[in-house]
Design a protein. Structure first.
Length: 332
């Protein structure tokens, strides 16, 4: 069997049917769908059982709740395909995803194939997330891959990478993609990227990106520590030092600033994150990727220089004040 689509399912009754329709109605035949019902308490199990009658490709595994990472791990351990494709059950995919992936895997003997995704909000396509490439297909080296986004769902993987090297997702940890995908790098021979949008990422108001759960958001430190410790254990830390340093700055500090400082002035948390970066990478401001990107990435320079209130004012306080004045001031 060529592909195993891995589909974790937990309380997604509003979105599950659309997702299942997209994975069942592929213009490609050699694949299976492993849906792991991770202790759902809504009608998701019933929806899965209805689709079980529609397709013999669908396999359902029921388990007690282990979180997204635990559900993916269960599917990995039961998968038969040569390649794994992760699909979150509130998202959906194009009908030609597998046929496109198959062609590139066959032609280039790849271990990992990255591709683009479209972000969807309220049934409207609002953004296309892609890598910077002028050609439809490029080969990536390990360092290119390490500085790319770690989204598990915008890639397809040779199953042996996970199975033979005992790589699994952490259970009940936010940012599980960051903690897992990059640990595949030392075992990969060939990585490709295609400039095609094959995946639709549906934005949810209760997702990590929009969450105000500051305790869970701080788990970004644990996720990065997982990657950093792994590279040290296998003796590759110095080889990838610059890339890991940039990874820490971008994910632990800059992306966290958008999560924390657009919801309030969480100075304590931002200081802890900043200190973490400084303690692990004391010369991070001289990192080549930081130097290349600090002026082109929106407000990054403010965060690098610890100007948290300026960022908060610009991203949170100023829009709120504008809306207040807009309501109270007389309209012309």
């Amino acid at each position: 069997m060529k592909f195993s689509i891995i589909l974790p399912v937990y309380n997604v009754e509003k979105f599950l049917a659309k997702c299942l329709d997209s994975v069942i109605n592929q213009d490609f035949d050699d694949y299976e769908i492993i849906a792991v019902n991770d202790g759902s308490t809504d009608s998701s199990p019933q929806i899965l059982n209805e689709y079980l009658l529609k397709s013999d490709k669908l396999k359902i595994i029921n388990q007690k709740n282990k979180g997204l990472g635990g559900a993916r791990n269960t599917a990995i351990e039961n998968a038969c395909g040569d390649f794994l494709v992760f699909v979150d059950s509130d998202d959906f995919i194009t009908e030609n995803m597998l046929s496109v992936l198959s062609t590139y895997f066959d032609n280039h003997n790849l271990d990992i194939l990255s591709f683009d995704l479209k972000t969807v909000f309220a049934d409207e396509f609002i953004d296309n997330i892609s890598m910077d490439s002028d050609t439809e297909f490029v080969l990536l080296d390990a360092k290119d891959f390490l500085i790319a986004e770690p989204t598990a769902c915008a890639k397809a993987y040779r199953r042996s990478l996970y199975v033979d090297n005992d790589i699994r997702f952490p259970e009940r940890l936010w940012y599980e993609d960051l903690a897992t995908v990059y640990r595949l790098i030392p075992f990969v021979n060939k990585i490709g990227y295609i400039k095609k949008s094959l995946y639709y990422y549906v934005q949810q108001p209760d997702s990590i990106t929009h969450s105000a759960n500051t305790t869970r958001m701080m788990e970004i430190i644990t996720a990065f520590d997982t990657v950093q410790s792994f590279f040290k254990e296998i003796g590759c830390f110095e080889e990838y030092y610059s890339e890991l340093e940039w990874l820490c700055v971008k994910h632990v500090l800059y992306y966290s600033a958008h999560r924390f400082l657009t919801k309030g002035f969480y100075y304590k948390q931002m200081k802890e994150l900043y200190d973490f970066v400084c303690n692990n990478f004391p010369n991070f401001k001289r990192n080549k990727y930081v130097i290349e990107n600090k002026n082109s990435i929106y407000c990054m320079d403010l965060i690098l220089n610890k100007k948290f209130f300026a960022f908060y004012f610009k991203e949170c306080l100023k829009p709120k004040l504008y809306n207040v004045f807009k309501r109270v001031l007389p309209q012309k």
